[in-house]
Write a new protein. Structure first.
Length: 80
């Protein structure tokens, strides 16, 4: 095997590994954020207090359900 061919094969394998690793990491992070959203009820309460709103349990639940429905609709759009 010539040295030039070996170098080309190594470069192709490196590029394929980078592309494959990127998509695997992307899928992992999307699944992780779906299972563990970055904003929970306590963070939502603190944000509302900082904005000067009084957070009621109804408002918190409504905002959380809206965020979850937006995540689901965004996920469904990506599948289509």
């Amino acid at each position: 095997m010539s040295t030039g061919l070996a170098i080309v094969l190594i470069i192709i394998a490196l590029i394929a590994g980078l592309v494959g690793g990127f998509f695997i990491a992307r899928k992992y992070m999307m699944d992780y954020f779906e299972k563990n959203p970055p904003i929970d009820e306590n963070m939502l309460r603190m944000m509302m207090l900082q904005m000067g709103q009084k957070p009621s349990e109804r408002k918190i639940n409504q905002m959380m359900s809206q965020m979850k429905s937006q995540q689901k609709s965004a996920k469904n759009k990506k599948k289509k």
